[in-house]
Design a protein around this ligand. Structure first.
Ligand SMILES: [Zn+2]
Length: 492
């Protein structure tokens, strides 16, 4: 079968939405599935090309069989076919589509059981189960990016939840869009300087959108890690050969337009220190609340912050003086477990929390005595754990416990879903929203504290947008007189 060699991580992500699907069952579910991508003549412009590009970047990671067909779209089909093969060199690009996606004004060309029609115009995505949706002629990649994510979500539901209804006809616009809006839905102007913290799944998608935006300015991309095989499950820019490349320069390499990009292979804390803690527009695509709050504490002028978590995803924007800051959203209210507590409990060794915490913090290898203790506590044969000896302890958790290498996915005792692996289209949607927020902030030079949430489980509701105020009392750094004074001094 044509499944990619990073398939195991797909199984982890899918199993969090549909229980009981381990790697083997997922592969067998996909055996008879072929996803068709049909591209119409109006998709030859920037918008249609962008949608086709992102859609294939999402589909080719999960579905081993894809058929691509175009009707006079200027060779887009060949381009994205080659792209699909670079993402999964084993992919099968032949056969009859069982589920078809149609981009732009083409007619379906297979007798598929389900057909998803996708179109876009400027900031708006259009999805339908009834008939073709046109593609606009602007240079705006945001409606196209949104449409690709929503189409991938519909394909996912058609494959894995065949009993459920697709959304039918819907039109969704990027919330609060319109800044820098030129004629015909084009976007232009100068965004000044942007900093993207994190070149993971969300950062990849944000960079995908930003690199296709015709705005002037600069973007600095910061991430100290390298691409590992499991990342290919949901990093939209990553191709199979990109394994082991440093994430920051790799993502920066995707920019060839007016926005000039540079990659910084260091932590965001190191980067901010180097910048003397002065950053105009900071886009946070980080994993942990702790890192987000640390970045906020360095007092950037404006911040946008994206997240995915089980059941929802979104982006929040932050005016430090007037509204909620990033840290306001992550203030502890009640007992929320830390990553180290969750991991120590999954390992069955909550009494060795300090050792687990230290190893995670230093990113050090798992010692033999800890593996022996975990094996005893979880009643596992030690041989299953030994391959992780000397490897970072986090790898034992993500691969061994979340990923099924030690504890099979279908067994009880799965880790709590606080540490989760999102589906590729969920991370991508969060990234596209983050990029839109960054463009808005950069072009206007201002920001309001607003949270935009996309409920994955309530497709009809789509986006919920609400203002975010500071919490009552004076609990947050943004309510502290000293921090506020430093902020004012920095930015006048
Ligand atoms: Zn605050």
């Amino acid at each position: 079968m044509a499944i990619p060699d990073y398939f195991q991580r797909n199984a982890v992500a899918v199993s969090q939405v549909i229980s009981g699907l381990d790697e083997e069952r997922l592969a067998s579910r996909l055996e008879d599935v072929c996803i068709g991508v049909t591209i119409g003549p109006d998709a030859a412009g920037d918008e249609g090309r962008a949608m086709a590009d992102l859609l294939v970047r999402l589909l080719a990671r999960l579905y081993p069989s894809i058929m691509i067909h175009e009707e006079g779209a200027g060779g887009v089909a060949n381009e994205i076919g080659a792209l699909a093969r670079r993402i999964n060199p084993r992919i099968d690009l032949s056969g009859e589509a069982t589920i078809e996606t149609v981009i732009g004004t083409a007619q379906p060309c297979w007798k598929a059981t389900r057909t998803v029609f996708a179109g876009c115009e400027g900031w708006t995505a259009r999805l339908s189960t009834h008939g073709p949706q046109g593609c606009g002629a602007s240079n705006n990649p945001f409606g196209a990016g949104l449409a690709a994510c929503l189409a991938a979500a519909d394909v996912f539901r058609a494959v894995f939840l065949p009993g459920t209804e697709l959304d039918g006809d819907c039109e969704v616009a990027v919330p609060d869009a319109g800044e820098g809006h030129l004629e015909n839905g084009d976007v232009g102007g100068s965004v000044g300087s942007l900093v993207l913290a994190g070149a993971g799944a969300i950062g990849n998608a944000a960079a995908w959108a930003l690199s296709r935006t015709a705005v002037d300015g600069s973007i600095e991309i910061v991430d100290h890690e390298s691409v590992d095989l499991g990342n290919l499950q949901r990093y939209v820019l990553a191709e199979r050969d990109d394994e082991e490349r440093l994430k920051a320069p790799f993502v920066a390499g995707g920019f060839s337009g007016k926005l000039t990009a540079s990659g910084h292979a260091c932590t965001i804390a190191e980067f901010l220190h180097e910048k003397d803690h002065k950053v105009d527009n900071l886009l946070l695509a980080l994993d942990s609340a702790k890192d987000r709050c640390a970045a906020q504490a360095s007092l950037p002028r404006r911040v946008a912050n994206a997240w995915t978590q089980p059941g929802d995803l979104g982006v929040s924007c932050h005016d430090f003086l007037e509204g909620a800051c990033v840290s306001c959203l992550y203030l502890p209210n009640g007992k929320r477990k830390n990553e180290d507590e969750i991991i120590a409990e999954s390992f069955g060794v909550p009494d060795q929390l300090m050792q687990v915490r230290t190893l995670l913090y230093k990113n050090e290898g798992a010692p033999r005595d800890l593996l022996v203790a975990i094996a005893a506590a979880r009643d596992l044969p030690l041989e299953k754990l030994l391959p992780f000896e000397g490897r970072p302890l986090r790898a034992l958790y993500t691969e061994g416990f979340c990923g099924g290498a030690v504890i099979p996915l279908s067994e009880p005792g799965r880790p709590a879903n606080e540490v989760h692996v999102p589906l590729a289209h969920q991370s991508a949607l969060a990234g596209v929203l983050l990029a839109a927020a960054g463009v808005r902030m950069g072009l206007s030079g201002r920001v309001d504290s607003v949270v935009t949430q996309y409920d994955v489980l309530q497709p009809q509701e789509r986006f919920q947008v609400y203002p975010a105020a500071k919490p009552p009392g004076e609990r947050c750094i943004c309510q502290d007189a000293d921090f506020r004074e430093v902020y004012r001094r920095k930015y006048g």
